[in-house]
Design a protein around this ligand. Structure first.
Ligand code: CMX
Length: 437
């Protein structure tokens, strides 16, 4: 058994009595009421999910296992020659809550290398799809196709399912998937956009470095990949991709069924696809200007035109956050410290939107949070390094988001979380509750 699996087994054994005690002795303790607005309005703010992987404070932003993004980057072992940590070390931290040593990290790096080969049938599935399929449809299909190799599903169908040990099979599926998602993403990219040319994995590289290598993009894109995957990994469990993954897994569906569902949710324009929308909006705006530097007035007008036509300003607002997303700030800081990028016209325009859009949204008066989210910054960096096919950006998000979703469903199994089944009511019942019928 790998060291990570052993440490995780120990953590699970220590944690289980806490959950058991809460369920057995305190099930009736209330966490709050549910009102009509929440029932109609997407369950916003209802406390009915449990995760220890990350927590989102509306004002402070995300903490992974109690650590802010800068604290996470500071604490984890770094790839030699890079100021960014191993994604594999972060996986260890998300699963166990501990910061791994370099030795422990390198064990995961090696483990993922052994699991990273894309099966030929996945390549066949990708190649059978129309080449103009959306890359998220391709990515989701590739994940779903791998279900045939699910360790969890095999154990279950052989009648050996055991509630106490089934997390081990989930861990195997999660590790196999984590190791393959980067290579699958790079395969889709090069098949669709780079003349169907492919680059073999470099066995000397870590996950982030290898992704950059297989995409065919030189340094510092390896650092962009490491940063990007880590900051997009998790945002507690109520967001659409995490919740969809958790919901599907709660039916004892395996990790492939569950994460394919998560990816399908991430593909929505109000969720992960917003980073594609941000670039489309910004590029359209720039092309209307014919290369001219926009004035503040021109930018304000474009933002108002978008709002007045009934569209949202992509990359702004959030269901939980009420200040600038620290994932936005991390990427902005990367741009500011990177020669070439800090003076890049597209970055300057995105910075200008940051100055103007919150005021416009505040005056508009609808959005509860007028500040930028993660998606407002990520496309610019990709564009600068040559990834100009913005429909591909959500695949990058999906590779990173797997870290959080798969860590979460491994723990779901370990703690025996139940099948999800919230109760629905009719409109008439709501009207009666409101006293209008
Ligand atoms: N532009 C215009 N209007 C906005 C807005 C924006 N960026 N953000 C919120 N609003 C509007 C909502 O559409 C809603 O209008 P209605 O009352 O007419 O339905 C109103 O303000 C209140 O919404 P809210 O409570 O502030 O926000 P929600 O929790 O309903 O939605 C989100 C959150 C992210 C979907 C929304 O802010 C949005 O659509 N933003 C733009 C898309 C985006 O950037 N999504 C990415 C989020 C991060 C991610 O998941 O990747």
């Amino acid at each position: 058994m790998s060291t990570l699996k052993q440490v995780l087994a120990q953590k699970i054994a220590e944690h289980r009595p806490r959950t058991t005690k809460l369920v057995k002795e305190f099930s009736d303790v209330s966490l709050g009421e549910v009102n009509i607005g929440q029932a109609i309005g997407g369950a916003r703010g209802i406390k009915c999910l449990v995760t220890d992987i990350s927590y989102l404070d509306p004002m402070e932003g995300i903490r992974f296992r109690g650590k802010t993004i800068p604290e996470t980057f500071e604490a984890l072992p770094k790839v030699p020659g890079s100021e960014y940590p191993y994604v594999e070390a972060f996986w260890w931290m998300l699963l166990t809550g501990d910061v791994p040593t370099m030795e422990q990290t390198l064990e995961v790096v090696e483990d993922w290398k052994q699991r990273a080969q894309i099966p030929q049938y996945v390549i066949d599935v990708l190649r059978a799809l129309p080449r103009d399929s959306h890359p998220m449809a391709m990515f989701s299909s590739a994940i779903l196709a791998m279900q045939r190799d699910s360790v969890f599903a095999k154990t279950y169908s052989s009648g050996k399912f055991n509630k106490m040990t089934c997390w081990e099979d989930m861990y195997e599926d999660a590790s196999n998937m984590m190791a393959k998602l980067g290579p699958i993403g790079a395969y889709i990219y090069r098949m669709k956009y780079m003349g169907d040319t492919h680059i073999a994995a470099d066995p000397d590289l870590d996950m982030g470095g290898n992704f950059a290598h297989m995409m065919g993009i030189p340094a510092p894109y390896d650092n962009v990949a490491r940063m990007y995957f880590i900051i997009h990994s998790d945002h507690e469990s109520g967001n659409v991709s995490a919740h969809a993954t958790h919901l599907v897994a709660s039916a004892l569906s395996d990790a492939y069924y569950a994460y394919s569902a998560g990816i399908n949710g991430l593909a929505g324009p109000l969720h992960g696809l917003a980073n594609e929308e941000v670039l489309r909006w910004t590029q359209n705006f720039m092309s209307h200007l014919g290369g001219e530097v926009p004035t503040e007035e021109g930018l304000k007008k474009a933002l108002w035109d978008t709002l007045n036509s009934g569209q949202v300003i992509p990359g702004y607002g959030h269901a939980v956050l009420r200040k600038t997303d620290p994932r936005y700030t991390t990427q902005r800081e990367f741009c500011l410290k990177t020669e070439g990028l800090k003076d890049y016209p597209l970055f300057k325009l995105v910075s200008m939107i940051f100055e103007v859009a919150p005021g416009v949204l505040t005056e508009h008066g609808k959005a509860k949070n007028p500040w930028p989210n993660v998606d407002a910054q990520s496309g610019v960096i990709q564009w600068y390094y040559g990834v100009t096919q913005y429909e591909f950006y959500t695949v990058l998000f999906g590779i990173g988001r797997a870290l959080g979703c798969l860590a979460n469903i491994t723990w779901d199994r370990a703690l025996g979380y139940g099948i999800e089944r919230p109760k629905s009511v009719t409109t008439e019942m709501l009207e009666k509750a409101a006293g209008i019928k």
